[in-house]
Design a protein around this ligand. Structure first.
Ligand SMILES: *[C@@H]1O[C@H](CO)[C@@H](O)[C@H](O)[C@H]1NC(C)=O
Ligand SMILES: *[C@@H]1O[C@H](CO)[C@@H](O)[C@H](O)[C@H]1NC(C)=O
Length: 147
């Protein structure tokens, strides 16, 4: 009887351990332009909606970025990119700060610290208007096409 109880206790503990250590990582690549010119050395930060900053980087002189990060969370992570837009043709103050939400990216999440898969958001012109203004930020949603 005691042996059985112990066995059940151990089983439950290991199941809890399996689910509580839930590392999730993602890599995101893409490119930003100011009209027909690359957006060089723009600050890009990867966040998780509830848990905060995952990683920060800058675009290259070609406007490209390659960023990855991880968080420990039992539900699916909800990543987004913060982009500080320094293009010159941005009279609309809301355009200076983009929040790019990475939607439905479950298939791009790796259950370990180092991201294996890469979500490529493609190329965006920061002088064009894509999303809506919310709390002083332009909210843009990037959704993978396949799935
Ligand atoms: C992004 O960085 C990773 C790790 O350095 C590299 O393997 C991958 O090829 C890079 N991807 C792009 C599109 O630059
Ligand atoms: C914005 O204009 C300044 C001054 O003309 C220039 O030095 C800078 O490179 C421009 N920035 C971009 C992102 O084009």
């Amino acid at each position: 009887m005691l042996k059985n109880r112990l066995l059940i206790f151990c089983l439950l503990t290991s199941i809890q351990l399996l689910y509580s250590i839930d590392i999730q990582s993602i890599r995101v690549v893409g490119k930003f332009m100011c009209a027909d010119q690359p957006a060089p050395l723009f600050r890009i930060t990867l966040y998780e909606e509830e848990l905060g900053k995952m990683c920060g980087t800058y675009t290259t002189t070609e406007g490209a970025f390659n960023i990855s990060g991880h968080k420990i969370k039992s539900a699916s992570i909800q990543p987004y990119l913060n982009v500080f837009n320094k293009c010159n043709n941005t009279a609309d103050p809301c355009q200076h700060h983009w929040k790019m939400e990475l939607m439905n990216v479950q298939s791009y999440i790796t259950p370990q610290k180092n991201a294996v898969k890469t979500f490529d958001i493609g190329t965006y012109n920061l002088e064009a208007k894509y999303g809506n203004c919310q709390d002083g930020k332009t909210i843009v949603k990037a959704v993978p096409i396949q799935q």
